[in-house]
Design a protein around this ligand. Structure first.
Ligand SMILES: Cc1cc2nc3c(=O)[nH]c(=O)nc-3n(C[C@H](O)[C@H](O)[C@H](O)COP(=O)(O)OP(=O)(O)OC[C@H]3O[C@@H](n4cnc5c(N)ncnc54)[C@H](O)[C@@H]3O)c2cc1C
Ligand code: FES
Length: 346
């Protein structure tokens, strides 16, 4: 019989305790026990799970020094998603969010059946899967999807609202030679069996606040933002919502009918698409430029009353350009939620 060694982990300053098995990361142990601490990529790339080791021994798996530079490692910082425990640990959470801890959902694996793949643009698809057991999640969260064969797993954010727990939709960008995304037009078909593991993610809709909501994204960053938008539309809240969406050309825009319908139905919603590569397109009458520039212009010109909640999802460079714009506009750092779609580690 194999004996699994476990250690105790105590998180400060929240005083939560849990167990971690040798061979699993501290972050995976937290997910398993339904304790949601700050995280993003789960692969040592984004630094969201960075914490301070106050006591105990860990061994770290490979990580990016962008996420944890050597000088921080030398001062006792660790990435929870890369840390294996070799003794009991006391860990100080540098970023924690009461709402996140309160709304934790234990991570589980779900057998799924591929229902449909729809072409949205030349390089964006919608993948829909069905699952028998309900998958509870918050709008904006993601799952790890594993293709048939079990070798390729990638993170994808739900595009549907959490009211739909048996059929999940994902908006997925195709990359040339992308191991997962290329399969969408090649060898995947309805009836194929996938595995969905989750929910993960901290960029989910915060409820019951009075101020305006900003949704900012580009490309397949639409996926979680659509889920947040639809969830907001289904709620009784009447907060103003502005959705800034960056694309290259008109050929990269999609879901426009759905946004027009929501604009008519919601109390105060505007969809603001901006094109970055439309200089020679005279038929485009909307915003031009990169989405962070258009956002900055809007926030300078419009006085949005009340404390803003901002959600941003998409490629890391886009998010890196958006964060300072939000901060310059006075959005409180703890009201800015984002998911960087970092490429998977091979
Ligand atoms: C938290 C999170 C949520 C995500 N949600 C979504 C989502 O809702 N929709 C979605 O489409 N994707 C999402 N992603 C990204 C997704 O997990 C995959 O990384 C992406 O689909 C590429 O996988 P692939 O197997 O097709 O390409 P891979 O085989 O992993 O990569 C092939 C090549 O494609 C290029 N490439 C891959 N990813 C990127 C990238 N992000 N930026 C630039 N070039 C890249 C690189 O050149 C790479 O060498 C998310 C990622 C994270 C971390
Ligand atoms: S570095 Fe740990 S979650 Fe991204």
């Amino acid at each position: 019989m194999t004996v699994i060694t476990t250690h105790k982990v105590r998180f400060e300053p929240v005083g939560i305790e849990m167990e971690v098995e040798e061979g699993e990361t501290v972050l995976d142990a937290a997910f398993r026990q339904g304790i949601s601490v700050m995280h993003g990529c789960k692969e040592g790339q984004c630094s969201s799970c960075k914490s301070l080791l106050l006591d105990g021994d860990v061994e770290m798996l490979k990580y990016s020094t962008f996420a944890l530079p050597d000088y921080e490692r030398d001062t006792g910082h660790i990435l929870l998603c890369r840390s294996h425990a070799y003794s009991d640990l006391t860990v100080e959470l540098l970023n924690y969010d009461e709402d996140l801890l309160r709304r934790s959902i234990a991570v589980q694996s779900f057998d799924a059946t591929l229902a449909k793949i729809t072409t949205l643009t030349h390089d964006i698809r919608m993948l829909e899967i069905e699952i028998e057991q309900p998958l509870k999640f918050w709008a904006g969260q993601y799952v790890d999807l594993t293709l048939p064969g079990g070798e390729i797993t990638r993170a994808f954010s739900m595009a549907n609202p959490p009211s739909e727990q048996h059929r999940l939709a994902f908006i997925i960008k195709k990359y040339p030679q992308g191991a997962f995304s290329s399969a969408l037009d090649a060898n995947l078909s309805p009836g194929d069996r996938l595995i969905a593991k989750g929910p993960y993610g901290t960029c989910f809709r915060r409820e019951g606040r009075p101020g305006p909501i900003l949704l900012i994204g580009g490309g397949s960053g639409m996926s979680p933002l659509r889920s947040i938008l639809l969830d907001q539309a289904q709620s009784a809240e009447t907060r103003p919502v502005r959705f800034f969406y960056g694309a290259r050309t008109q050929a990269d825009l999609f879901n426009l009918d759905e946004f027009a319908k929501l604009t008519a139905e919601m109390p105060d919603f505007q969809f603001i698409p901006a094109l970055s590569h439309a200089d020679d397109d005279a038929s485009w009458t909307g915003e031009r430029g990169f989405i962070h520039e258009v956002l900055a212009k809007y926030l300078r010109a419009e006085a949005l009353a009340g404390e803003i909640d901002a959600y941003s999802c998409g490629p890391p460079p886009m998010i890196d350009a958006i964060l300072p714009v939000l901060q310059m506009a006075g959005v409180e750092p703890d009201h800015i939620y984002f998911d960087k779609f970092t490429p998977a580690v091979r």
